[in-house]
Design a protein around this ligand. Structure first.
Ligand code: AHR
Length: 496
């Protein structure tokens, strides 16, 4: 197979925000995941685990969506500010009825983002909250003036307003966020978004569309095109973004770790099938917004497999394997392909929940194959998308799949970055990368690999980890690679 990467065809910038993450008050994502409290023997800064912050910095996490999910539409932000001992608890009705003590609230989340060096993406409450509550939250977060909420924030120890770019107006309001009809939610969006003011650009004309606050409407689960159509028609001009959720199921063999190679292939098919769904949503957005002003936010995505046996079903604790990393790689390739519209994405859900990148157990921490996948992909962040053409097409393997899936980008300094998935669980992939008249001077890279069920545990934390890719030759300016079965590689080429 020979892929041709012609950097003269480079397109739009791939926003770094498509490599974002989603963290909900669900199971052990926040408590035991990020948050251990200031008095914990586990190393922390202001109650936030240091090992987690370091791990997330290392893969350049660009943003985190919080506090939900379904939880967001039941959350009153006022309960999560002020002295911890006076914060009223609540029952987390969506996720197991556990008591939420509200010790991790707005200041703690914003501190987490500052420690990591990433942007916050806050999701407001439409389902059970009032317009005033949401309005006040935005004022509390973003007003540098002397408004009542800015003064309250100062009283709680934070002088400067935070910079917030992304703000969600509800979540899945067709489901857990209030079971609303599309027309009804479109009106609610308009109303709530009106009062989520842009304190940093007060007084400008078209103030409802002006940056920095990008107001993101709660979107469909990708299949409900009617929802997308109604929202764009009725509220598109008031939006900065529209969300779409995109979970992948593996088919019949849905255990997290016990499955056959067929499930690897079925998962690849199920993931690639999401492209046409996303495309249909994009077409609707293109019709109402041909300038592509409104970003698509795939703000919940990832694999959804069986919960690990013996764990609390409401906590969605799921193992993840090379199969999960492969599915994430294919999905990121899709996001990259449509990155002129898809400009914000959030993998569900960071720590101990769904397709986590990290697991914790007391003081222990382990990185999953999906973590290493994000490490491999980080050089695509803010690079320019370059479509890949074929001199020799990939051959077809099981279930009509190509034997490899490739995506490329070019950086400002002319380096070319290519990520490749060998979709065969049985055979090596021999790949030639051609640079359309340009010659590669040097090519280096890394990869993750293992049998389809390979995964990391506290006892065996490095079963899947990034290794150096040694099997690269440069011949006449082309790069020749040989990838093991079931491998994801990332290659950087410097051209002459
Ligand atoms: O990620 C778990 C849940 O899935 C989220 O809370 C909800 O938005 C979605 O249905």
């Amino acid at each position: 197979m020979k892929a041709v990467i012609d950097i003269r065809n480079k397109k739009n910038k791939i926003s770094r925000h498509i490599y974002g993450h989603f963290s909900e008050h669900l199971g052990r994502c926040v408590y035991g995941g990020y948050w251990v409290g200031e008095d914990s023997p586990i190393p922390n800064i202001n109650g936030i685990r240091t090992d987690i912050v370091e791990a997330m910095k290392a893969i350049k996490v660009p943003n985190i969506r919080w506090p939900g999910g379904c939880f967001a539409d039941d959350y009153n932000w006022m309960d999560g500010i002020g002295p911890k001992e006076t914060r009223p608890p609540m029952v987390n009705t969506h996720w197991g009825g556990v008591l939420e003590n509200n010790h991790f609230g707005t200041h703690e989340f914003m501190d987490l983002c500052e420690q990591i060096g990433c942007e916050p993406y806050i999701c407001g409450n439409v389902g059970s909250g009032t317009v005033r509550e949401m309005r006040n939250w935005v004022e509390y977060l973003t007003d540098d003036g002397n408004s009542p909420m800015a003064q309250l924030r100062r009283k709680n120890g934070r002088d400067r307003a935070w910079d917030i770019q992304f703000f969600g107006i509800g979540n899945e309001n067709w489901g857990c966020g209030g079971f609303m009809k599309a027309e009804y939610y479109a009106n609610e969006f308009r109303r709530y978004a009106t009062y989520a003011r842009n304190y940093k650009s007060m007084g400008e004309t078209n103030w409802w569309q002006v940056a920095p606050l990008i107001k993101i409407a709660g979107g469909s689960n990708a299949e409900d095109l009617q929802w997308t159509e109604t929202l764009m028609r009725e509220a598109g001009r008031f939006m900065g973004g529209l969300s779409v959720h995109c979970y992948v199921k593996p088919g019949e063999e849905s255990s997290g770790t016990v499955f056959s190679k067929d499930s690897w292939y079925q998962t690849a098919v199920n993931t690639l099938n999401k492209e046409s769904l996303l495309k249909q949503n994009i077409s609707i957005m293109d019709f109402y917004d041909p300038e592509k002003r409104v970003l698509m936010a795939v703000d919940e995505w990832g694999m959804w497999v069986d919960n690990e046996p013996g764990t609390n079903n409401a906590f969605l604790f799921q193992q993840n394997t090379m199969r999960s990393a492969m599915s994430a790689a294919l999905m990121l390739h899709i996001f990259q392909k449509y990155s002129d519209r898809i400009r914000l994405c959030n993998l569900a859900q960071t720590i101990n929940v769904l397709q986590a990148i990290i697991f914790t157990e007391g003081a222990k921490m382990v990185k999953t194959p999906t973590y290493h996948l994000f490490d491999l992909f980080k050089k695509h962040q803010d690079s320019y998308y370059v479509p890949v053409a074929w001199d020799e097409k990939p051959k077809s393997i099981k279930m009509g799949l190509p034997n490899a899936d490739i995506s490329a980008s070019a950086s400002d300094n002319g380096k070319v970055f290519i990520t490749i998935v060998n979709l065969s669980a049985d055979d090596k992939a021999e790949i030639v990368l051609n640079f359309a008249g340009r010659k590669a001077r040097s090519v280096k890279g890394g990869f993750i690999s293992g049998e389809v069920t390979a995964h990391n545990t506290f006892d065996n934390p490095n079963r899947v980890q990034v290794q150096e890719l040694n099997d690269i030759q440069v011949v006449n300016g082309e790069a020749l690679l040989s990838l093991f079965p079931c491998t994801i590689a990332a290659v950087e080429a410097e051209l002459e």
